[in-house]
Write a protein that binds this ligand. Structure first.
Ligand code: FNR
Length: 388
């Protein structure tokens, strides 16, 4: 296929840069302000070295993990990403279906152009991520809709009380709604696959793109004034609302965007089932600590009472393994799967999943481990710290 020459997740980035109009590629690739959080997400992984064990007969390997009572074939999943349908035709469904077929979790974003009900019909078992305003009636209404759609696992993202400062979107010419411009027209014309395969097909099927946001009215234009107002209400959201959600939500409840061990302790006190340690891929608070650096302290706070997951900067099997060895039960990957959808739709996402899965498998063997549970601090060193 179209992705045979792509040998690593980073190769998908280069291919997506060619496949997508600059404003859309910029929206996906970009982060906040000076990219310090984005860069440190990668740097934190580089600072760890792996310490393999040898002569352990690793012929029988299984990288599967159990999350909330469900078995997954790999210890990584697809992070929620808004507006994925601008990267690929019905991109949310592309991501969810590829994940389901590969036996890994995918999280549907609450700021999607595709109706949640359509995603759940195409890929039951998909997790749902909500952005919530601090208004109890709106929260209750959203939970009703999400339950009715058959969602089992609810992820509440808490690191966006206000929108991050994405100067990068302005520089790249990205806006919601996408404003027609000379650059966009040119970028589309020189990328006929995107123009015909994603934009025109989407317009033909759905008309002008709409945010099917968790709390937007159906059919409200992308980031209409109504959504903007809801954005404003997000800064009211606090732990009392998490307590309210916990009282109503019977299934697994995950809080995404925890970086402080103190907040991990609060999540645990509120009966949260899992957390995703995350700085939103560097797209919110610039200079926010890299999730990997706080993972050990947070895993200690969780103490086995909560499932601890992590995202941000995972690009290699060795990154997955480092996070697991530091106490995560699973990780999520964002941008690379968005790029893969842009490059070759569902087949592209499947190819990217297969690459990462093969890396994890190979790395487990070379580390002398046959399961993810076997990974631990014994497999890691700070690059210049003496073995203790
Ligand atoms: C995101 N992210 C995100 N998170 C969330 O909770 N809801 C959302 O709607 C979005 N939207 C979104 C769009 C795009 C284009 C990107 C790149 C990211 C953050 C995402 O879930 C995840 O935290 C990071 O992407 C993980 O970092 P990496 O793997 O992209 O480095």
């Amino acid at each position: 296929g179209r992705t045979r020459h792509l040998l690593s997740l980073d190769d998908f980035e280069a291919a997506a840069r060619r496949a997508l109009p600059r404003p859309i590629f910029g929206y996906v690739a970009g982060a906040a302000e000076d990219n310090r959080a984005l860069d440190d997400n990668r740097q934190a992984f580089r600072e760890l070295a792996l310490v393999p064990r040898v002569l352990r007969n690793v012929a029988e390997r299984d990288q599967g993990v159990t999350l909330f009572g469900k078995r997954y074939a790999s210890p990584f999943g697809i992070a929620p990403m808004g507006i994925a349908a601008l990267s690929a035709y019905r991109g949310d469904i592309v991501l969810a279906r590829a994940a389901a077929a590969a036996g890994i979790p995918a999280v549907q974003s609450g700021s999607s152009l595709i109706r949640l009900e359509d995603v759940m019909a195409a890929a039951p078992g998909t997790w749902f991520q909500a952005y919530l305003p601090g208004t109890p009636e709106r929260i209750d209404a959203l939970l009703q809709r999400v339950m009715a759609a058959g969602v089992q696992t609810l992820v509440v993202t808490v690191d966006i009380p206000v929108a991050g400062n994405r100067e990068n979107n302005i520089r790249a010419g990205f806006s919601t709604p996408l404003r027609p411009s000379l650059r966009l027209a040119w970028d589309g014309l020189v990328r006929p696959r995107w123009l015909a395969g994603t934009l025109l097909r989407t317009l033909a099927r759905h008309g002008m793109p709409h945010f099917e946001n968790s709390f937007a009215e159906r059919g409200a234009p992308i980031l209409s004034s109504r959504v903007q107002r809801d954005f404003a209400a997000r800064d009211h959201f606090d732990w009392s609302h998490i307590a309210r959600i916990r009282r109503q939500w019977r299934g697994p409840l995950v809080v995404k965007g925890i970086l402080s061990p103190l907040d991990a302790a609060l999540a645990r006190q509120h009966g949260v089932d899992g957390i995703i340690v995350s700085n939103h891929g560097g797209r919110q608070l610039d200079g926010a600590v890299a999730p990997l650096r706080v993972l050990p302290a947070i895993a200690e706070q969780a103490g086995g009472a909560m499932t601890v997951m992590l995202d941000g900067g995972i690009r290699r099997g060795t990154d997955v393994i480092k996070a697991l060895a530091l106490g995560a039960q699973a990780v999520f990957v964002g941008r690379p799967f968005n790029y893969a959808a842009a490059v070759d739709g569902e087949a592209g996402v499947t190819a990217a999943i297969d690459l990462l899965r093969a890396e994890v498998d190979r790395n487990l063997a070379m580390l002398g481990a046959t399961t993810c549970a076997a990974l631990g601090p014994e497999h890691l060193m700070d690059r210049w710290t003496q073995w203790r």
